[in-house]
Every structure is written in C-alpha cells, then in structure tokens.
Design a protein around this ligand. Structure first.
Ligand code: BG6
Length: 488
C-alpha cells in the first residue's frame, strides 16, 4: 500500500484553466491525488480564464476532458463528482487592470490559512503581467507561491526579463519553475539508483562509460500548437529544458543531501560545464530535421509544413552531440535526440559502458553493458549483462536484461509527473523545480547553438513521419563508431 506525505490545505489558482495543459494534465492529476486521499477537505482549486463560463460549465469541461484524455481510467463517477466540488471557475482577463480582478479576490476570500498557489499555465508573455496584477490586487501575499510553466522565454534575454518581472513580486523561494520531466518516476529513480547504491558510483564515469544517449521520441505532431511551435522548434521546446535536465541528472556529482539547493547547485555545475557548440561544430555535432508526410503506426500523417500551413525552417527533430567538460565526463559524449512524428513514443536514457578490455570469449561475444532507463511508455530500468547461455554444447555468451523495475512487486500505478510536482508545490519542496541560475545557464548554451545554426544557415533535413528521424542522425553516430539504441 502506497504511503502519502500529507499536504496542508491549499487554494490553487490555475491561470489558463481552459487550455490544453490544464485539461489534459493538471486537473486529471489533481483528481488522481484526490482519489488517493491526498487533497485536504478545505482545499479549493480555482480555474481562471478569459472565457465566459460559470463554475458548473467549467466542472463539466474538466469532467469531459478527463473522459477524453484518460479513457482507460475507470473513475468512480461519484468520487469524481466529489472532486469537482473543490473546483470553481472565475473569469478574469489577465491583461485587464487590477480593478477588474474583483471576482478572483472574492473567490479567494476566506482562505482560512490555506497555502495559496498561482499556477501560470499561460503563454509566457503573460507571466509578468499576471505577477504584477497579483501584487496590485494584493492577492499575492508574503507566503503565496507561483508556478511557471515552460517555456520561460525564448532566449536568455527574454527569460531574464520574465524572471526579473516575476521576481519583483515572488522571491526565488516562492517561485516554482516546472519541468515536468523531473516529476517522472524513472527520473527520480535515477537519483536513487545513483546515490542509494554503493555499487553504481565507482563505475559512473569516463573510466567505464563509453557514452550516454538520451532519446525523447514522440508520435504526436504539433497538433493545435502550430503557432507556438513554429516560433520555437525542438531545441527550445524540448532540449533547452527537458533534455538538459535529464543530462544533468545523469551527470551531476553527488549532492550532499536531498535539499533543493544542494541538488540544484550540482545541476548548475553540469550546465556550466557543457561545451558550447559554435558554427564550426554545427555540421559534425548537430542534426536538424523536419517531418514530411508519412505513416505513423499505419495512419497517414501530414507534413509539418502542411500542419503549420506554410514553408518553414523550424526543426521538429534535433540530434546533438553534447560534451561535459569536467574530470568525470571528459571524452564521454552525451548524444541527445528528440523529435515529433517519430515511429513510436519512446523516451529513454541509455548509459552505454565500454567493452571489456580483452575478449577472452572471442571477438563479438556478447555486447557492451548498457543501463537503460525508460521514462515512457512503460517506465522501467534494465541493466543489460552478458551471461553464459545455459545448457550443453559449448560456452556461449548471451546478452540479457536484468529487470530493475519493481512496479509489479509494489503493485502501484505510476503517477503522472504533474501529480508529484503539484503536491511538491503545496509542500513547498523546490528540489524538482529549476532555479533561476539553472534556467540562465541552459539558455546560455542553447542561445549559442541557435546563433551557430543561424550563422551557418543550417536547413532542416526532411524525414518521413513515422521514422527515426533524418539519416544524418544515424550518420552522426556512425562517424563516432556508435549507433542509436533503437530496439525493435
Ligand atoms: C512539452 C512540450 O514540454 O513536453 C511538448 O512542449 C511535448 O511539445 C511534451 O509534446 C512531451 O511531454 P511527455 O511527458 O508527453 O513526454
């Protein structure tokens, strides 16, 4: 039976409540935590958006979204109705003057000491305005917290402007910059695996590791987000945040505690040691791709250009050879790869060890060890080892995975990343949220690459929807005598 760390009663205000993220992720996550008995009775969840709607219609919307996005969850209707009693809706135009925010003030009156949280699930261009209005209306109290969804800006300058503007109202200890990849079970398991096992640490370095691969492949295209995505591209949308955060957790030194700043300081050191990629390295260390029409799981998928309705140079795929210039990792490349409309939805981290120094079982017997941490779809950890194939007839070496996932043994469901993160905000635990200096460091690295791409006039290579990306990505590995781990 799972145990839950209790959370205090809270008032959670979700800006952008009728948006995709809120309906697809935030409200379903809250519902799950409610079903697990973790939401205290006097808590309130207040959806805020511009649409003209009442609480009843909004509750209906949340309910329908749940049925649509989580059709396999057989949620007890009566319990769902109980959850929806915690949910209210308030219409606010975030750009309107403070004098028009009365309805939200009213809804938040009688907070009875609840932890107050503002979740900004809106375009980042609204972050500063909303923070200012919260100050002007005095809705932002000295203890209330703010949650910022990514992307925080589109480069270092815009990200700094947002952090300055929001920081004028909410100090760093009350600012929760969310990167939902940090809420995924396997990602947290990576820290436990590395720092709760004496066995792992001595082999976790250039002495034994050949390289690391991080793949985040999606089947989805840009869906309804063409406007945002076309201005952003895979580097800004996935690499600057999610993928660099994963890289950090693989590469960081042992923090001396699980204290938020101890972990974040170690991540910052990794980001600061990331080698910049300049124009001269673009061709050898990066691949940009864009999907053309193809078949994804047997279904026809249109080209990106068709989805955004224009010819575009935006990348929907990127592969990068990243390098961390410190003593532990010098000479160990971190290959990052992410793309939309790929053959299957698969996110994993592969730590590939070196080959044995002497092949006493014969050349080509077995394969170098691999630790594969799968984030999705079926979360799990597998260590690929070489063993003797049992039975008579000679000594044959066989490579087999040691399954280190205990989901079945513990009989638990894997919670969505947002569940854990939302509860951490209520608890005030910043460990899994990005500190401002981390965001700056990640943008500094990404900005250099974006400038290098611009300067070299790099065009995306087209790849068919439903494939593993452009062939140039396989070639990049091939040049290094390596290959992507793409199990059938
Ligand atoms: C978001 C990106 O942050 O992450 C999306 O903006 C992407 O483009 C999504 O689809 C992927 O998240 P997950 O959890 O489905 O891998």
């Amino acid at each position: 039976m799972a145990e839950f760390i209790p959370v205090p009663p809270f008032d959670l205000v979700v800006f952008g409540a009728t948006g995709d993220l809120s309906l697809r992720k935030l409200f379903p996550s809250l519902l799950h935590r409610f079903l697990d008995g973790q939401i205290p009775a006097q808590s309130r969840i207040i959806g805020v958006a511009r649409s003209e709607m009442d609480t009843r219609a909004f509750r209906q919307m949340v309910h329908e979204a749940h049925l649509k996005f989580a059709p396999k969850d057989h949620i007890d209707e009566a319990k769902c109705a109980e959850f929806l009693k915690h949910v209210e809706y308030v219409r606010v135009d975030a750009t309107a003057p403070a004098s028009e925010w009365g309805a939200l003030k009213e809804a938040l009156a009688n907070g009875k000491g609840n932890v107050r949280i503002f979740y900004l699930s809106t375009a980042p261009s609204l972050f500063v305005t909303i923070a200012q209005r919260l100050a002007e209306t005095e809705l932002a109290t000295p203890t209330s917290r703010i949650v910022l969804e990514k992307p925080i800006g589109r480069d270092l300058a815009s990200s700094r402007a947002i952090n300055d503007g929001v920081g004028a109202v909410f100090d760093e200890q009350r600012t929760f910059r969310i990167d939902h990849y940090l809420g995924k079970e396997t990602v947290q398991n990576l820290l436990v695996l590395r720092f709760a096992n004496m066995l792992i640490e001595p082999i976790w370095s250039r002495a034994t590791i050949d390289h690391v691969q991080i793949t985040v492949a999606e089947e989805l295209g840009v869906e309804s987000r063409a406007d945002y995505y076309d201005k952003s591209g895979a580097l800004r949308d996935m690499v600057q945040n999610h993928m660099l955060q994963l890289l950090c957790l693989v590469a960081l030194e042992s923090p001396n505690s699980m204290d938020a700043d101890a972990i974040r300081t170690e991540k910052l050191k990794v980001l600061s040691a990331l080698r910049r990629i300049g124009p001269a390295d673009v061709a050898s260390k990066t691949v940009r791709g864009q999907y053309k029409a193809g078949l994804v799981n047997g279904a026809k998928a249109p080209a990106y250009a068709e989805e955004v309705g224009k010819a575009s140079r935006t990348e929907t795929f990127v592969a990068i050879k990243a390098e961390v210039d410190n003593w532990r990792w010098a000479g160990v490349p971190f290959y990052l790869r992410t793309g939309k409309r790929m053959g299957s939805r698969r996110s994993e981290i592969v730590v590939q060890f070196k080959d044995t120094p002497v092949p006493i079982f014969g050349a080509g017997a077995g394969a170098p060890n691999k630790l594969v941490l799968r984030l999705q779809p079926d979360e799990g950890v597998r260590l690929w080892l070489n063993m003797k194939e049992p039975g008579p007839g000679g000594l044959r070496v066989k490579t087999a995975p040691l399954d280190l996932s205990f989901a079945e043994e513990f009989n638990v469901r894997y919670p969505d990343a947002y569940e854990r993160l939302l509860m951490d905000v209520v608890r005030g635990n910043l460990s899994l949220f990005m500190r401002r200096d981390e965001v700056d460091a990640a943008w500094t690295w990404a900005d250099a690459l974006l400038a290098a791409w611009d300067e070299s006039g790099s065009e995306p290579h087209l790849y068919p929807a439903g494939s593993n990306g452009p062939t140039q990505s396989a070639l990049m590995m091939d040049r290094d005598g390596r290959a992507w781990w793409d199990p059938e």
